[in-house]
Design a binder for this molecule. Structure first.
Ligand code: TXA
Ligand code: MG
Length: 352
């Protein structure tokens, strides 16, 4: 299949017509369209067409038991898909359109392929102008996971999408870099007390200001291996992972440069290609070997979130066999960054 890539002029929405028309036609015909959202790029299909949804799983190589998020152009569309609880209504008012996904009891219209057999469905209304215009033009709810091959870091620009899915999807809409750079916050609203399943730009503190106390699923910070039911099937897979062996360093920053020096020197002596992902502050004093990939200043979590997945992909382009990463504090947006890093490390964490 030849993928049709459209580069959109972000400052001129009138020029998007042809691309949006192609995307809408493709979605209505059961095809796949990758599109920008304010979090990461999504891989979309008609959420009400089981065969189209199955193609998403095939293109990504995604496990069948991992359900998809349905994206809507208007709040009202949710009422055809899910039972909207009072907490969900309040959260939709406060954060939509935006990077928040709500898990709700699903209605019969939602195909089994989207929910992976769960009683619930995840829904969100993205705020990215291209994403929203595309869903509105198609006139149907769009099921979309992140537009990466399963297990790889999520795509934060159209180049990442092409790296993973060129030739596997009909259309890619290039709307420039995605905004946040990390996937949406996921909150389970089927429970009496809302429960955070995946942290994102909307923090637990933001949620609590609107709906009162929320639970944080322990798996947000623990990477648990092995069997057992999980609230969100996506939690149980290794994710965001570069090909090399990743180690995450958390805790005392003052100790970090010396510890990195030792680890990088040992790995290089063993003949392995080493990459270091660390803050500008750490890299400024680090004097050792390895390829340095700056994550930005420690104080700028927004910048770090936006750079993280590109940095992880860079490791693969360099052929890094050993990847050493400086962690951050799990507060505010740092909770989402820590969640992604711990998953990328598959639990290999050194506490300083
Ligand atoms: O920002 C985002 O959410 C991006 C953009 C494209 O919208 N999408 C995204 O989709 O990250 P995906 O499929 O990569 O992640 C969806 C997460 C998975 O962890 C999945 O297990 C969880 O949401 N999920 C989906 N439906 C669920 C449900 N009914 N109950 C619990 N978790 C669910
Ligand atoms: Mg994903």
């Amino acid at each position: 299949m030849k993928t049709r890539l459209y580069r959109l002029q972000m400052e001129d929405p009138h020029s998007w017509q042809e691309a949006l028309a192609d995307a809408a036609r493709t979605l209505r015909a059961g095809g796949l369209v990758a599109f920008p959202t304010e979090t990461v790029y999504g891989l979309g299909a008609n959420a009400l067409d089981p065969q189209a949804v199955r193609r998403i799983f095939a293109a990504k190589g995604r496990p069948q038991d991992n359900p998809l998020i349905i994206h809507v152009a208007e709040r009202e569309w949710v009422f055809d898909l899910a039972e909207v609880t009072p907490a969900a209504t309040a959260l939709m008012q406060a954060f939509w359109p935006g990077p928040l996904t709500l898990v709700l009891p699903h209605l019969p219209a939602v195909p089994l392929e989207v929910t992976a057999g769960l009683q619930s469905v995840a829904v969100r209304m993205p705020s990215h102008p291209v994403g929203r215009a595309m869903i509105a033009a198609a006139g149907l709810p769009v099921a979309a996971p992140s537009a990466n091959r399963s297990g790889r870091p999520s795509p934060t620009c159209a180049e990442h999408v092409m790296e993973d899915l060129n030739g596997l999807v009909e259309v890619v809409l290039d709307g420039g870099p995605a905004g946040v750079g990390l996937e949406s916050t996921v909150v389970d609203c089927t429970l009496p007390k809302p429960r955070l399943l995946r942290p994102g730009e909307v923090t637990p503190q933001d949620l609590e200001r609107v709906v009162g106390p929320v639970d944080v699923d322990p798996r947000v910070l623990e990477v648990l291996e092995g069997a057992g039911p999980v609230a969100s099937p996506g939690m149980k897979y290794r994710h965001y992972a570069p090909d090399g062996d990743v180690t995450l360093y958390e805790g005392d920053k003052a100790a970090l440069p010396a510890v990195l020096l030792q680890a990088a020197t040992a790995a290089e002596a063993a003949g392995r290609v080493v990459a270091l992902l660390a803050s500008d502050e750490t890299l400024a004093v680090y004097g050792g070997p390895g390829v340095r990939i700056p994550l930005g200043s420690r104080g700028d979590l927004t910048g770090m979130a936006g750079r993280l997945f590109e940095a992880l992909r860079q490791c693969d382009r360099l052929g890094a066999e050993v990847v050493l990463i400086e962690g951050t504090e799990p507060h505010g947006l740092g909770l989402a960054i820590t969640n992604r890093l711990r998953r990328a490390a598959g639990g290999r964490i050194v506490r300083l």
